[in-house]
Design a protein around this ligand. Structure first.
Ligand SMILES: Cc1ncc(COP(=O)(O)O)c(C=O)c1O
Length: 409
């Protein structure tokens, strides 16, 4: 294995979970489902509940302190994603956020407008858009290659014309793992005047992107998979957000943070989300001068990616040579996130149970990417075995996983 840019011991020291007796010797490979939470996030959460648990945005001192803790999150997350603070919106989850967005776009779109969706997405960024067909919206499907799960830009070209108002796509599929060419796709959509909505849930844990550079209008991710609290976070281009009809109570029309969150704000979790950004700064500090980047957030992104590419190489080498399994998605670690799905002879849930006996946690199922599995000829009931990790995973854990797979498959 090439040298790791991030010292695993220093990284893991930032996560209390790694010190818990119940989790000792447990190798966690279902991070695409949800990551461990960083100490920075837990500290901010505790601070809010202990010191600021009053109604925020009122006229008294404690309330103003609570509001400041929340405002900090908008400002800090925006810094990490290279957008202004008025781009940031919170909701209960990404599924809730896309649901709300679809309700908002329902009145923004006109009958006979067209939307492009993919069959690579998690259902959260697919079903809500497809349902708009009942309002007279034309749904066009950008289809994956049946063998590789790849989304080809040339296929997108064939779907685009002036009727298309929305392009909904994933940055990374939670099964195929390939990093999609978002900036290029967005540019193509923009040339026809279409708005682009990118599901970044499976990309963000591997480094928060520079959203301005991607050029998309909406970028969504789930904080609980990015070392944070259970919230969905969206960066929405402010000019678009103000065009979309208000989804909150009628008197909240001008309350920017509330217009796209009918559930209402979860004060403590919003405040705690700033801890994700504190953590990313820590990652940049741990990376030191080994990794280049314009500022701490690009350094953290590049360091996490470099770490993961180094950790992923031996697992892909092993899977490439292994008989009797099918790897979904690319076998080049540079092209994909370390979210690796394989199809085994036995049902995925069964194999996941076998690996649990090695004290290794993996996922088995369709992961709500039901349409993708069907498109790739995999029965969703049989499912895929998902081995997903992040930069805090150690080379020893990857080795243990390979040995256990070899013993059981
Ligand atoms: C790629 C992807 N998109 C969207 C979602 C939905 O996110 P949430 O659980 O926040 O609703 C998930 C959840 O696993 C996912 O993996």
């Amino acid at each position: 294995m090439t040298t790791l840019p991030l010292d695993p011991a220093r990284i893991r020291a930032e996560f209390p979970s790694f010190r818990q007796p119940d989790l000792a010797d447990f190798a966690y490979f279902e991070n695409a489902g949800g990551s461990y939470t960083s100490a920075q996030v837990l500290n901010r959460m505790r601070d809010f509940y202990w010191n600021h648990k009053v109604q925020p945005y009122e006229f008294n001192g404690p309330s103003r302190a609570a509001a400041r803790a929340m405002d900090d999150s908008y400002r800090r997350l925006a810094q990490a994603m290279n957008v202004a603070a008025d781009w940031i919106h919170f909701g209960p989850s990404t599924s809730a956020n896309t649901y709300t967005l679809a309700r908002a776009f329902e009145s923004w779109l006109r009958p006979a407008d067209a939307i492009i969706v993919t069959n690579q997405d998690h259902e959260a960024n697919s079903g809500v858009w497809r349902k708009l067909a009942s309002r007279g919206i034309e749904i066009r499907e950008w289809q994956v290659d049946k063998q590789t799960g790849h989304l080809d830009l040339a296929a997108l070209d064939k779907l685009l014309d002036s009727k298309v108002r929305l392009l909904c796509m994933p940055h990374v599929s939670n099964v195929v793992g390939e990093i999609n060419p978002v900036a290029e796709a967005v540019k193509k959509a923009k040339a026809f005047g279409a708005v682009s909505i990118v599901d970044g849930v499976s990309y963000a844990p591997h480094g928060l992107p520079d959203v301005l550079a991607l050029g998309c209008d909406i970028y969504l991710f789930s904080a609980y998979k990015v070392y944070g609290p259970h919230q969905g976070i969206m960066a929405v281009r402010p000019s678009l957000a103000s065009e979309l009809p208000n989804q909150s109570h009628f008197f909240n029309e001008t309350a920017r943070e509330k217009r796209l969150n009918p559930a209402g704000p979860d004060h403590a979790q919003i405040a705690a989300a700033a801890g994700i950004v504190d953590y990313l700064e820590k990652v940049a500090e741990i990376a030191g001068t080994a990794i280049q980047g314009a500022g701490p957030f690009r350094i953290a992104h590049n360091a996490m990616r470099a770490q993961e590419v180094a950790l992923l190489a031996p697992l892909l080498d092993y899977l490439r040579k292994k008989n009797g399994i099918r790897l979904l998605g690319p076998d080049d670690p540079v092209k994909r996130a370390p979210t690796v799905a394989i199809v085994t002879d036995r049902p995925a849930a069964h194999v996941a149970g076998m690996l649990a006996r090695h004290n290794i946690g993996v996922g088995g199922g369709h992961f709500y990417a039901y349409r993708l599995l069907e498109a790739m000829g995999v029965n969703p009931a049989h499912g895929a075995l998902r081995l997903s990790f992040v930069h805090y995973t150690t080379p020893e854990e990857v080795e243990r996983l390979i040995k256990a797979l070899d013993a059981e498959l």
